[in-house]
Design a protein around this ligand. Structure first.
Ligand code: MG
Length: 161
């Protein structure tokens, strides 16, 4: 079940679920000609319905918000202020979302982190506010929702069914 606070927490930070759905669609369409946008949206909602995903999300977003309010201890505040490229905890936390769906999720996350399509790139370049965690959280969500579709593709099931 997807609680309203999860959708609201993302919306407050400028993220609509459709932005994540768009990335999922682009990731999976080359492998699945029948894929529809509503399949991607459903997958995003199912991933967001998992409690461990919700906890990762609210933890990362809280750190972004605390950094904007200058409430973090040093050296963390400075690291967040300049989005220090060697910090890496933002990616590590987001992998907590992706890990739920195994290796396809992991490789997709690496791809999204490198290419930064759609809202991920916008967040990375956004000058107002601090979004150190949010870009990786969105990438983690999109990668997990995409991997979920791949795992549920009936054409991919060869053994045991
Ligand atoms: Mg980041």
């Amino acid at each position: 079940m997807l609680p309203e606070w999860v959708v609201e927490t993302l919306r407050k930070r400028g993220i609509e679920l459709s932005m994540i759905g768009d990335i999922v669609y682009k990731l999976q369409k080359p492998y699945n000609a029948d894929l529809k946008m509503e399949d991607c949206m459903e997958s995003v909602k199912i991933v967001l319905g998992k409690r461990e995903v919700q906890y990762v999300l609210c933890t990362g977003i809280a750190l972004d918000e605390l950094a904007e309010k200058k409430l973090l201890p040093q050296p963390l505040q400075s690291i967040m202020d300049c989005d220090e490229s060697l910090y890496g905890v933002d990616e590590t936390l987001a992998l907590g979302i992706t890990n739920v769906y195994g290796m396809i999720g992991l490789t997709s996350f690496g791809y999204l982190d490198k290419v930064k399509p759609g809202i991920i790139g916008e967040l990375n370049n956004r000058k107002n506010g601090i979004h150190v965690f949010l870009d990786d959280l969105v990438a983690g969500l999109a990668a997990a929702a995409s991997a979920r579709i791949a795992h549920n593709d009936p054409k991919a099931k060869v053994y045991g069914e």
